[in-house]
Design a protein around this ligand. Structure first.
Ligand code: SF4
Ligand code: SF4
Length: 387
């Protein structure tokens, strides 16, 4: 990440009809090959989107096939692939890893899983102060990034707060939680632009193998786009993604700000030229939801002065079971078949005797909802509610 990028800006688009792994190898070749990304570095950090325990098939998280193929390319260039990602503050990292099976996946494919301290601290983090940042003038990146390349692997999907999350927004997951709190509390859109002044991926590959529209980033509709988009310039890649799903980039606040402040980048497009693959429906504007979310992060400042390290206002509120997207069992419809208990990847969350789901342990993956043969589980919440 620290060496000046050498290749001209190329944005490649390729369909995944022949398989995600094949498409990944192809698109890396189309943007100049992995050797041009690694350039002798010892490490490459893979930064997927693992915001929560929702599978890649839902269009919420990055495809394992994509990560596997990228790791193979990195190793073939003599570098070690490392995976670094901390889920959203309202989700538990270890539980999210368990639901997604990340530890096993990394072990099987020779990827070192980095567990940086999500709360910050000098051991794992180094400070950045981009001179032209406007709102977030001081933030941190993992210390190891100083000697590693950064390969950003976002998902092509909508987002109830930022409207879309693509390459530029995905970097939030590599920041420690105090910096992410700052972003949520103070103009997240400008903060995304500021963050991208300090952290510049050596390569972005946007995973649109599924993608998600509607009420993303977790509970929207799987889009089945079957496409990957790659390039070094994050803004150029994000603009190319918008074209594929017929979204005006000026409707995405952080892209609008980036265009105003940096101007439109120029790039050469290679690979497939599919035109508009799907007309994305953007998430409904929920001012109350967004304001409540922001207030939770404001309140986190006084809260963390007294709370145990690692505890946050948003997590504590979600664990009351009174707010947030949450599954609920209907006593009238439930036949006590036990399928939901067998499906839940986490222990002791569903109590079939009391027909209760323990909000303190539930990570809102909705696997129980999807598995229930009686449709006895509904989902409540401002976002993602469903019968
Ligand atoms: S899967 Fe549905 S019907 Fe079966 S125990 Fe769970 S909630 Fe009840
Ligand atoms: S109770 Fe349901 S939503 Fe909660 S973690 Fe288990 S399977 Fe996921």
């Amino acid at each position: 990440m620290v060496v000046t990028q050498t290749a001209a800006d190329t944005v490649a688009i390729t369909r995944t009809f022949d398989g995600i792994e094949e498409a990944t190898h192809r698109i890396i070749e189309q943007v100049g090959g992995m050797a041009s990304v690694i350039r002798g570095a010892k490490y490459a950090i893979l930064k997927p989107n693992l915001v929560a325990g929702r599978s890649a098939e839902t269009g919420s998280t990055t495809s394992f096939a994509l990560m596997k193929a990228v790791a193979e390319e990195v190793r073939a260039c003599g570098a070690e692939p490392l995976l670094c990602e901390t889920p959203g503050t309202e989700f538990d990292r270890e539980a999210t890893y368990t639901i997604l099976g990340i530890e096993q996946f990394c072990a099987e494919h020779g990827i070192r899983l980095l567990r940086v301290d999500p709360e910050g601290g000098e051991a794992d983090w180094v400070a950045l102060q981009p001179s032209s940042a406007k709102t977030m003038r001081h933030f941190h990146m993992p210390r190891i990034l100083q000697e590693a390349r950064l390969i950003n692997l976002p998902v092509l999907k909508t987002h109830v707060v930022s409207t879309m999350t693509l390459s530029m927004k995905n970097l939030m997951g590599i920041l420690p939680r105090p910096d992410r709190r700052h972003m949520h509390a103070f103009d997240i859109h400008q903060c995304i632009v500021d963050m991208n002044l300090g952290i510049k991926p050596d390569l972005n590959i946007v995973d649109g193998s599924v993608g998600q529209d509607g009420e993303g980033p977790l509970y929207g509709d799987a889009a089945n786009l079957q496409v990957l988009v790659a390039g070094r310039n994050s803004l150029a890649v994000d603009l190319a993604c918008c074209e594929l799903v017929d979204v005006d980039p000026r409707a995405i606040p952080h892209l609008k700000l980036a265009l105003e402040q940096w101007g439109k980048p120029w790039w050469t497009q290679v690979g497939d030229d599919p035109g508009v693959i799907k007309h994305f429906s953007l998430p409904p504007k929920k001012r109350l939801y967004n304001t409540a979310f922001q207030v939770m992060f404001w309140l986190d400042y006084p809260y963390t002065l007294f709370a145990k390290r690692g505890k946050h206002m948003v997590t504590t509120l979600y664990k009351t079971g009174l707010v947030g997207t949450r599954p609920i069992i209907s006593a009238e419809k439930c036949t006590h078949c036990g399928v939901c208990v067998d499906t839940c990847p986490l222990p002791n969350v569903i109590d079939l005797k009391a027909l209760k789901i323990d909000a303190r342990g539930c990570e809102r993956c909705l696997l129980c909802y999807e598995a229930c043969p009686e449709k006895a589980i509904s989902v409540a919440g401002f976002s993602g509610a469903r019968q």
